[in-house]
Design a protein around this ligand. Structure first.
Ligand SMILES: *[C@@H]1O[C@H](CO)[C@@H](O)[C@H](O)[C@H]1NC(C)=O
Ligand SMILES: *[C@@H]1O[C@H](CO)[C@@H](O)[C@H](O)[C@H]1NC(C)=O
Ligand SMILES: *[C@@H]1O[C@H](CO)[C@@H](O)[C@H](O)[C@H]1NC(C)=O
Length: 387
């Protein structure tokens, strides 16, 4: 079902891996869902409304709003504006008196040099877009990875977190939600590849309130609890079971163990390579966010802190995939005190990274985030709910 501890070897199998992911596949990695159009804004050459002019990959002739947005985001900006058909401007606020144009959107009438079907501003006019990370409801990122493995067969362990305002969503590696409290957003997951048509999955996605959907669970791994799917087959599965919902809900990429080195399904390659092959086979797919897992010692043997490892790996996933990141499972291996210290270090960091959309610590089970007898939060659970 979920990931267990046997891959503790990860940290020992370290090697310098060189990411060769194709970062320039706009039809695959699409920023549309995370960017909102603010309008056509005035700009002033003597004092730019968005002060940072950015070069985009391919140069001005390649300019599109999506390209400008991903460039701004990668450089740490949350507002992107295109102007005069081929310029890209970035910032974190509208400055120097810029604002909505007095003539509405009429002045933003120049076709983008890289795509004549969309506009890229006009003379002294910016098409302005604002980025917001992650899901569509609430502001919370912190969630619950739970299951119904308890005497009542329901979500009672997850519901111990009701009333902690930082906890806003949950998933159970599948669907239904059982009786997950309605104060949490439930996110259905298609755990593995269905063998035929799957009306129950369609019904789960179309259940009112569903805003986001998660795809295959660890298709990149081969152990018994992973879905172990070859990249080409996983891509075909996405076309059949995920892509039809593009635009109506936000779609996550497969949940891969991002820091796995050398044990992927279909070959002894890294999970990042599995992901690259998956993307190479899924060129018509739309993804709204990436989904990764992370497991490592709280005190890794190379002397770095566990928090530094984690932050480096999450940042690497974002820099590679250029999508908002959900960390759907993560845990450091160590004593309760070590795990609490890890959480106290990484939770504020996660909350302050604009590209981290959601995360869920592993997991809502007795002796993890819940006490051994299943009646209350464990010390780790309290730290997770309140830090
Ligand atoms: C442009 O900015 C300059 C310098 O701040 C200012 O003097 C000028 O009035 C501005 N022009 C417009 C049209 O806002
Ligand atoms: C498609 O996936 C297969 C493995 O399933 C891989 O060998 C192939 O290179 C991938 N194609 C692309 C274009 O990435
Ligand atoms: C994860 O972090 C470790 C330690 O810094 C690093 O060696 C490894 O390459 C990272 N892996 C990824 C996929 O970012």
């Amino acid at each position: 079902m979920h990931w267990q501890a046997p891959f503790l070897v990860l940290g020992l199998a370290l090697q310098a891996t060189c990411m060769t992911m194709n970062r320039d596949i706009p039809s695959v990695i699409e920023a549309r869902s995370a960017w909102t159009f603010l309008g056509c804004y005035t700009d002033n050459v003597s004092g730019r409304a968005l002060p940072n002019g950015e070069a985009v990959p391919g140069g001005t002739n390649a300019m599109t709003n999506e390209l400008c947005q991903s460039t701004c985001l990668a450089d740490g900006f949350s507002i992107a504006g295109t102007e005069y058909a081929g310029e890209c401007w970035c910032g974190n606020a509208i400055v120097n008196g810029g604002g909505p144009a007095p003539d509405g959107n009429a002045g933003c009438d120049m076709a983008c040099k890289g795509n004549s079907a969309e506009t890229c501003g006009g003379p002294n006019r910016l098409d302005v877009y604002q980025y917001s990370s992650g899901g569509t409801t609430g502001t919370g990122k912190r969630g619950l990875a739970y299951n119904n493995n308890n005497p009542d067969g329901n979500a009672e362990y997850a519901n111990l977190f009701v009333g902690y305002s930082k906890i806003t969503w949950g998933y159970d590696w599948g669907y239904p939600a059982y009786n997950l409290d309605s104060s949490f957003e439930f996110v259905p997951m298609l755990w593995g590849l269905p063998s035929g048509s799957d009306p129950s999955w369609t019904a789960a996605v179309q259940t009112p309130g569903t805003k986001n959907i998660l795809g295959f669970n660890e298709p990149d791994l081969t152990y018994s609890g992973s879905s172990n799917i070859l990249p080409a087959n996983a891509a075909a599965g996405y076309v059949t079971y995920m892509e039809p919902f593009s635009g109506s809900v936000k779609i996550g990429m497969p949940n891969v163990l991002w820091n796995n080195v050398g044990s992927s399904s279909g070959g002894n390659y890294d999970s990042a390579v599995w992901t690259e092959y998956f993307l190479g086979n899924c060129t018509t797919c739309h993804f709204d966010f990436a989904a990764i897992h992370y497991y490592q010692d709280c005190n890794p043997s190379d002397g770095q802190s566990g928090a530094a490892w984690f932050q480096g790996n999450v940042t690497n996933a974002y820099n590679t995939l250029n999508l908002p990141v959900w960390i759907t499972e993560f845990q450091c291996y160590g004593t309760d005190a070590q795990q609490i210290a890890f959480l106290q270090a990484v939770l504020p960091w996660l909350d302050s990274q604009s590209y981290v959309a959601r995360y869920a610590y592993f997991g809502v089970f007795p002796d993890y985030l819940v006490s051994s007898d299943g009646t209350e939060l464990s010390d780790i659970g309290v730290a997770y709910a309140t830090t």
